[in-house]
Design a protein around this ligand. Structure first.
Ligand code: AMP
Length: 286
């Protein structure tokens, strides 16, 4: 089936209603476009657990701060259509900014707690923008399931909180991070990197691997794990570390010592030149 592009919320809702009435299971994959293999893996995963897959493509101004890269965020609509269709999507919901935020729009969904740390410190309004747009994308596409990437780890916790707190009847699937062969997590923003910066950025996944190895060999001291991350990141001179931290993978709490049965997430955000990159890995006790 050829990919169908939908621009209006009302049209999207009608299609979703019809799909639901004919007993179809709807899966949604929210994206900001400039799709790569990471997005494709989410779309493919959605096809395995739903009958009709909707990819949403919306560069959401509400989740960018004034000093961020909204205006230069990369876009390639034709290529996105091709990648979405090849990965198995049936619909591409690509509304305009005016369609999503018409004159008079005044609602913000704000989630407390887990949004305050890490990304929340550097991007204080980011998760309000994410929660609000994802709620709107959900009411437009009426999915049974939604698929997100572990690449944006804190975001996955925010979405799960949103769904639980608002009683949204949607099952959330999280898919592993897809990486370049050298280890760099795929990201639409990697296109900003020069080839030299691309090579430098490999330090991020290397640092996380060292910390994962340390916890695997029994280290539960948070400060020591953080030092492993920092020391390896700082082998790069021109790196600006926003955070490089081990935390409880479920709560993002930062105890002095992790307990034996804690799942631990290593979260990293750095700037290389003017490009901000995030990555993470989760260590599970068994
Ligand atoms: P974005 O278009 O960057 O907003 O991402 C849309 C979705 O794709 C989010 O759920 C991301 O976590 C996910 N995603 C982005 N990069 C990757 C990746 N390298 N591997 C897996 N999922 C990803």
């Amino acid at each position: 089936m050829a990919l169908e592009v939908i621009r209006s919320i009302r049209a999207m809702q009608k299609i979703a209603d019809n799909l639901r009435m004919s007993g179809k299971h709807i899966g949604v994959v929210p994206t900001m476009g400039y799709l790569h293999d990471g997005h494709a893996s989410l779309i493919h995963a959605a096809t395995t657990v739903s009958d009709a897959v909707i990819v949403t493509l919306f560069v959401n101004p509400m989740q960018f701060a004034a000093n961020e890269d909204l205006s230069r965020y990369p876009r390639d609509f034709e290529k996105d259509c091709r990648i979405a269709e090849d990965a198995g999507a049936h619909f591409l919901f690509a509304p305009s900014v005016e369609e999503m935020y018409p004159k008079g729009f005044a609602t913000t969904i704000s989630i407390d707690g887990i949004t305050q740390k890490f990304e929340g410190v550097y991007r204080p309004t980011h998760f309000d923008g994410v929660a609000t747009v994802v709620a709107k994308l959900f009411t437009a596409t009426k999915p049974h399931i939604a698929v997100f990437g572990q690449k944006d780890y804190q975001q996955t916790l925010v979405i799960k909180r949103l769904v639980a707190d608002l009683n949204l009847d949607i099952e959330i699937y999280i898919q592993p991070t897809i990486r370049e062969p050298e280890g760099l997590a795929m990201s639409s923003r990697n296109v900003y990197l020069s080839s030299e910066q691309y090579n430098q950025a490999l330090v991020i996944s290397k640092a996380i691997t060292l910390a994962m190895n340390s916890v695997q060999s029994g280290n539960r001291n948070r400060e020591e794990l953080n030092s492993i991350l920092r020391i390896s990141l700082l082998t790069l001179e021109n790196i600006e570390i926003h955070y490089a931290a081990a935390a409880n993978a479920e709560t993002l709490e930062e105890p002095y010592m992790f307990s034996e049965n804690d799942s631990i997430v290593f979260l990293v955000a750095v700037k290389i030149g003017s490009t901000r990159l995030i990555d993470n890995a989760v260590w599970n006790p068994n």
